[in-house]
Design a protein around this ligand. Structure first.
Ligand code: NAI
Length: 328
């Protein structure tokens, strides 16, 4: 039988953790024939809750789950990690300025990046879910100079999936017939969901929709503000859909995109599409043999350019802010 893949989940006792761990242990993250070992990282006061979740994982008797370890020490939790899902983060609380938020998260993601650097295996893949995800990923990456930069990614797959469904509802085509949609930029309200290269049942999506007012005034804001709408409706932030997107992100990264399609991942920019090098920004990517590549050669119209630039500028400002805090 195969050696288990070690998956570390931070914030394991949180709401996303609860929705995520059972999916991983059932084989949905990596595939139905890949055994997994789970390492749960939590802060000390939440260790007991993490133990409760581990008991429930035991009670599922998942054939692919080879073991569970729980720790409040990143140096232990990232030992031998193949896949790191960084979910735990410091949420913005009332009266907190953006600088305070970035600093508090620096206190989490810097030591975790360092621990990944020192203890994870060579082929480690990192997905940052905890917000501000793109900039937290940048902080962790900067603290891990021995790990190839491209292994640090942040999640925009939830935005991608949200956009798929909104476009499906508008056109009446099932999501399975929609391809090549792109989320550009930051996982924040400035993100830009782009349908100009997307296809609905083989035809160009923007031409099929043919409604720029809907695009600018409904589609884009609905996708970008969906997180807030979920909080408003549910009284709690997206958890199961976020966990689902994390599973999708890693599954696609490892197992590949479908022929003729692509996905959205926030990854370190190589300068493509005018995005300053090193910013962890969302791009259209194809995945194959465990590697991702930015889709090249797309024509960016004026409508898209303005919106991509706005989101990328926000990322550049966040980078400046964390540089100023000595986190890079
Ligand atoms: P939650 O508050 O329910 O859980 C977070 C957990 O992280 C808590 O159990 C907490 O104890 C733990 N934690 C805090 N600091 C930690 C540390 N240093 N090490 C290990 N664990 C630590 O939050 P929830 O709902 O699970 O969300 C987690 C994060 O995911 C939030 O930052 C949220 O904004 C973000 N998120 C991102 C999305 C995306 O699309 N990128 C979508 C939805 C949520």
């Amino acid at each position: 039988s195969r050696t288990p893949v070690t998956v570390t989940v931070t914030g394991a006792a949180g709401q996303i953790g609860y929705a995520l761990l059972f999916r991983i242990a059932s084989g949905q993250l990596l595939g139905p024939d890949v055994p997994v070992k789970l390492n749960l990282l939590e802060i000390t006061p939440a260790l007991k809750a993490a133990e409760g979740t581990a008991m429930e994982l035991d009670d599922c008797a998942f054939p692919l789950l080879s073991g569970i370890d729980i720790s409040d020490d990143p140096n232990v939790a990232f030992a031998g990690t193949n896949v790191a899902l960084l979910v735990g983060a410091r949420p913005r609380t009332k009266g907190m300025e953006r600088g305070d938020l970035l600093e508090a998260n620096g206190g989490i993601f810097k030591p975790q990046g360092r621990a990944i650097n020192d203890h994870a295996v060579d082929d480690v893949r990192v997905l940052v879910v905890g917000n501000p995800a793109n900039t937290n990923a940048l902080i962790a990456q900067a603290a891990a100079p021995d790990v190839p930069a491209e292994r640090f990614t942040a999640m925009t797959r939830l935005d991608h999936n949200r956009a798929l469904t909104q476009l499906s509802k508008k056109t009446g085509a099932p999501v399975s017939e929609i391809r090549r949609l792109t989320i550009w930029g930051n996982h924040s309200a400035t993100q830009y969901p782009d349908i100009f290269h997307a296809e609905v049942a083989g035809k160009n999506a923007a031409e099929t929709v043919n409604d720029e007012t809907w695009l600018a005034e409904e589609f884009i804001p609905t996708v970008a503000k969906r997180g807030a709408a979920i909080i408003e409706a549910r009284g709690a932030s997206s958890a199961a859909s976020a966990a689902n997107a994390a599973v999708d992100h890693v599954h696609t990264w490892v197992n590949g995109t479908a022929e003729g399609d692509w996905t959205s991942m926030a990854i370190p920019s190589d300068g493509s599409y005018g995005v300053p090098e090193g910013l962890i920004s969302s791009f259209p990517v194809t995945c194959r043999d465990g590697r991702y590549e930015i889709v090249q050669g797309l024509e960016i119209n004026e409508f898209s350019r303005t919106r991509i630039d706005a989101s990328v500028n926000e990322l550049a400002e966040e980078r400046e802010a964390v540089r100023g805090l000595g986190l890079l």
